[in-house]
Design a binder for this molecule. Structure first.
Ligand SMILES: Cc1ncc(COP(=O)(O)O)c(C=O)c1O
Length: 430
């Protein structure tokens, strides 16, 4: 049977790997090597000229990482994937591959903080790539922001920590009408919950550090070209359409569906060196094997928790797109399959002090600067990322001092809720 015809969970376990004939190793081996031995000078020359497939140097490619790349390609139904050392490295590479000084990108104004800093403090201030922030709900604003210098529209499938879901059909239609690709950060939903290709996305970025790896033990990132966008002859992408002197005069757009990822590897990964370690690739592959099972459990437990909190007298509001009545509930139903993920946020009555008391009283969930782990994690923006602001300034900035972000782990939902119930009681006795 063609691998592409298998179901999601089967692909998550098998895609991209055939045990080698010599050892028959059923688990993907860790090729912990930097370089590869050649039979002859002709052999190495053919690989360097891209005439023969093979490995040259682990910065450019590695057999363990290649299995991970092929598995992600299969899960996203894409054309090709390149892995990176972290999610941020992947975000940076995905944009750098098609934008340079003097060009512009359009991005949602509700980005993950690290991506926001990269775009506005580095790309815009230091690298000369103008980033135009838009309200992703305002379609005329998006269309008006497009000009001849624009290279892409960049969005996230589920905002962190805003938990908003874009109208993918509307945004991708605008982009495609103007000959632009849409780059999507699919970290919070993963290909299990959101099928990016089906909804018009062209390029997908992941922080593999989160749900894809899923166990909070390995940093990693990936960029997948879904093979839907044609760069050939598009005047916006001059670099894709002219010979690359640094790589045998190759014209990447001539490679069709493989053009974007070939450039990503042969030029961006080669020059920036932000490659993924083979050991991390092995751990991330192990995590991906259970992605479907984990996303179902994260989502069902998060929904139970959201429903519990929604009727708790110590809670002033709950944000979770899987919860009936949430601002993004209908959109979640339209675009997400099988749940809304494991991250939710809520406001505790009593503000800053009560939120701190609640967090300090938790025994099962831990205060950790991460999300999307197998274990439950809690974060309080007012005492961490926004701690320099006064309570008044926080409210002006839209940060409720009582806001708690909770990443629901794979523990028994009853245990997570019992931990929260006990801590909420303490928080209200101040
Ligand atoms: C949505 C999203 N994208 C990208 C990143 C960056 O990933 P990494 O921490 O692996 O560099 C994060 C990290 O939290 C994230 O939440």
């Amino acid at each position: 049977m063609n691998q592409n015809e298998y179901g999601f969970d089967t692909k998550a376990l098998h895609a991209g790997f055939v045990p080698d004939k010599k050892t028959g190793s059923y688990a993907v081996p860790i090729y912990q090597t930097t370089a590869y031995r050649y039979e002859s000078t002709d052999d190495v020359a053919a690989e360097m000229m891209l005439e023969k497939p093979g490995y040259i140097y682990t910065r450019l490619g590695n057999p363990t990482t290649e299995v991970l790349e092929n598995r992600i390609t299969a899960l996203e139904s894409g054309a090709g994937t390149v892995c990176f050392s972290s999610g941020m490295a992947a975000v940076m590479a995905a944009v750098q591959n098609i934008a340079e000084s003097g060009s512009e990108i359009i991005s949602s104004n509700t980005l993950y903080g690290g991506t926001h800093t990269l775009f506005f403090q580095r790309f815009q201030k230091r690298y000369g790539i103008k980033v135009v922030p838009v309200d992703q709900e305002n379609f005329s604003e998006i269309e008006e922001a497009i000009n001849e210098k624009t290279r892409c529209i960049y969005i996230e499938s589920l905002g962190n920590p805003t938990l908003n879901i874009p109208d993918f059909s509307a945004i991708t239609s605008i982009a495609h009408k103007h000959g632009l690709p849409v780059i999507l950060d699919n970290t919070f939903t993963t290909p299990y919950l959101f099928n990016a290709k089906e909804h018009g996305i062209d390029i997908v970025v992941h922080s593999l550090t989160k749900y894809m790896g899923g166990h909070g033990n390995s940093m990693g990132g990936s960029v997948t070209d879904l093979g839907t966008f044609d760069f050939k002859g598009n005047p916006r992408f001059e670099e894709m359409n002219t010979p690359d002197d640094s790589y045998h005069g190759i014209v990447y757009a001539d490679l069709g569906q493989m053009g974007y990822t070939t450039k990503l590897r042969a030029a961006i990964l080669r020059d920036t060196g932000s490659c993924l370690s083979p050991f991390n690739s092995f751990l991330l592959l192990l995590g991906i094997e259970t992605l479907g099972l984990r996303m179902e459990r994260h989502s069902s437990s998060a929904l139970k928790l959201a429903e519990y909190l929604n009727s708790h007298e110590a809670i002033s509001w709950v944000k979770y797109p899987g919860l009936k009545g949430d601002a993004f509930y209908e959109r979640g139903k339209k675009y997400l399959n099988g749940g809304a993920g494991g991250v939710l946020s809520f406001g505790i009555k009593g503000g800053y002090k009560s939120a701190c008391s609640f967090i300090n009283s938790l025994e099962l969930a831990s205060l950790v600067v991460n999300v999307a782990d197998s274990r439950s994690i809690v974060l309080h923006p007012a005492s961490t990322t926004h701690s320099q602001l006064s309570e008044e300034d926080m409210i002006t900035a839209g940060i409720d001092p009582g806001l708690v972000r909770f990443s629901v782990g794979l523990e028994n939902a009853e245990d997570i809720i019992a931990d929260i119930e006990r801590s909420l009681d303490i928080s209200q006795k101040l």
